[in-house]
Write a protein that binds this ligand. Structure first.
Ligand code: ARG
Length: 577
């Protein structure tokens, strides 16, 4: 129930101020004692020619503001504080959640318009490291969030599958490639010959020429070179797809840079026609001084296109194919200038949809006291991070089961460890503002009592176990329409209800700022409030049957909301652990 809007429209009736303006002014007080909503009267002082304190004093007695869901309206200085009736609040909230279940929080803000979310976009033949995981996890979550709020989402993986390095790979493969090794572990083998190429090239300049020639042949569509490139691409995708599948990530489109390279002419011609190309040190560039950024290179001095040219071709393609309302790039902060240049070129060329393109940047990934067996000392592979996290989670699960004397099959332990271990990694990526660097530490990410996925999943499983135990005793949560829900009025119940009811708004905030942590923060708050409630009040030992049923329904609402929120972050739950 959207109490805020109802209060806003009543206040508008009474004061003559626009509903929207009022809605914006309404605050959520930091302390419970100050009510659920507060309206500061300063904005009315001018038109009403009265001190804000006086206005709030007058309004507090206005009959029109005595709404059925309010228990009280109080004035505090210049503020008007609204108190929602706890029973009504609980019953409206729990009833809505348990009726809507996974669709709680859905809204139609997108109105069926298309949002393109480009994310992951790794480079072919290169290892998939923890930095790629950042864009993958963030982008996956954002695409779920946009979808939840009514957008038609197109998930694009802009693969780095084009460039002179493929000429080098072809040369290297012909000289030193090992077919068997390639089949077994394609990325490692491709990396090996690529590194070897650079070592050998120092003493053998003919390699450079050969690579250049092979790249040219690839560009010209020569059969053998294209076939090799295709093989490298396909094999890399097999490796990437395994990771995506493990994490539950899917894409609608894998058009990489090679796809747009073919459309580069279109970009060049368009810019020429509009007289935007100027020569600079032999290259063709678009001057962007008026946008406060360096010129954007379109054609290098040898006439070949660059990364940015392909991005421009991609935007034109996306616009005519999907007529997007939003075109979002989840790419690391170091590429911020690149995107600013690309969007500015579009803008200068008169395409207004440049304003609908947005670069969503993110920080770096760091490790605290963590060792990996990586071949290359500097990079940490996502797979290693996931495997290690799952292994460590497994130890905790086995240990916990032992202390509690619970029997679990090997299969069940593996399933739980995989979900919780992956969840722990994913959560660490999304729990803070995306522009901050992430610091991984086993201690923190696997803390079953911290702000972690294990904590949230554990809380979820706990409510499920309470519900199972109740069912064994023949007690079921009350119906969403039941009046019994109005019994949930204790301080702890009220706090929990309040955090559950703020969940939909958290999703909207997450979308508006492209920050999934708004959601993780909200469900984490719900879980804390639940645990406080659970520690203070017995559910199955409640005084009356009615209260037991109402509290079980509250458990169910919490479980529904946590599952819902974790799903938006790309994290799965387990029913028991
Ligand atoms: N493949 C690039 C990299 O790994 C990222 C691509 C970003 N997307 C784009 N449209 N430029 O750095």
């Amino acid at each position: 129930m959207d109490y805020r809007s109802v209060i806003a429209s009543k206040l508008s009736e009474v004061t003559g101020l626009e509903v929207e303006a009022i809605n914006k002014l309404i605050e959520i007080p930091p302390q419970v004692e100050m009510g659920d909503y507060a309206f500061p009267c300063f904005a009315l002082a001018k038109t009403m020619r009265k001190a804000p304190q006086m206005i709030s004093q007058d309004l507090v007695n206005n009959e029109a503001l005595k709404l059925p869901f309010l228990s009280e309206v109080k004035n505090a200085g210049p503020y008007l504080n609204f108190y929602i009736d706890r029973g009504v609040y609980a019953s409206d909230t729990v009833s809505e959640i348990n009726t809507k279940k996974e669709s709680y929080g859905c809204a139609d803000l997108g109105n069926g318009k298309t949002a393109i979310v480009e994310f992951s976009s790794p480079n072919i033949a290169k290892p998939f490291h923890v930095g790629h995981a950042f864009t993958t996890i963030l982008g996956n979550s954002l695409s779920k969030i946009y979808e939840k709020l009514g957008y038609k989402v197109v998930k694009m993986n802009h693969l780095g599958d084009y460039g002179t390095q493929f000429g080098k790979l072809i040369t290297a493969y012909r000289l030193w490639g090992d077919e068997k090794a390639l089949n077994e572990d394609p990325i490692t083998e491709l990396l090996r010959i690529y590194v070897k190429f650079h070592e050998e090239e120092k003493n053998d300049p003919s390699l450079t020429d050969s690579a250049r020639e092979n790249f040219k042949r690839l560009e010209d569509g020569c059969e053998e070179e294209v076939a090799l490139w295709q093989k490298f691409r396909d094999m890399s995708l097999v490796v990437f797809n395994k990771l995506y599948e493990r994490m539950g990530v899917t894409f609608d489109n894998y058009n990489g840079e090679s796809y747009y390279a073919k459309m580069a002419d279109e970009v060049v011609n368009m810019l020429k026609e509009k007289n935007l190309l100027v020569e600079s040190e032999g290259a063709q560039v678009v001057d962007l001084e008026e946008y406060g950024v360096p010129p954007c290179i379109i054609l290098k001095s040898d006439g070949t296109t660059i990364y940015g040219t392909r991005d421009l071709a991609a935007i034109l393609y996306r616009h005519r194919t999907y007529n997007f309302d939003k075109n979002i790039y989840v790419v690391g902060i170091p590429q911020a200038l690149h995107f600013k240049q690309v969007f500015s070129v579009l803008k200068k060329a008169g395409y207004d949809f440049a304003d609908n393109c947005e670069h969503v940047g993110f920080g770096l990934v760091k490790f605290k006291n963590m060792k990996f067996s990586t071949r290359d000392g500097n990079i940490v592979l996502l797979e290693e991070l996931l495997d290690e996290s799952v292994a460590k989670t497994r130890e905790v699960i086995v240990e916990n089961a032992k202390t509690r004397g619970v029997e679990m099959s090997e299969e069940e332990i593996s399933e739980i460890a995989e979900k919780v271990g992956l969840g722990a990694v994913i959560y660490t990526y999304v729990k803070s503002g995306r522009e901050r660097d992430i610091v991984f530490s086993w201690e923190e990410m696997l803390d079953f009592e911290g702000d972690t996925a294990p904590y949230l999943i554990y809380t979820y499983a706990r409510t499920k176990s309470i519900l199972r135990k109740a069912a064994e005793q023949g007690i079921k949560p009350c119906d969403p329409s039941s009046d019994k829900l109005k019994l949930l009025t204790s301080d702890e119940e009220y706090q929990l209800v309040r955090s559950l009811s703020d969940f939909p708004e958290a999703i909207v905030k997450a979308m508006n700022s492209n920050e999934p942590f708004m959601i993780s923060r909200q469900i984490s708050l719900c879980a804390r409030n639940f645990n406080r409630f659970y520690n203070n009040s017995s559910i199955l030992g409640a005084d009356t049957e009615e209260l037991k049923e109402a509290r079980l329904a509250l458990c169910e609402a919490l479980a529904n909301t946590i599952k819902n929120g974790l799903d938006l972050l790309g994290i799965g739950v387990v029913e028991r652990m």
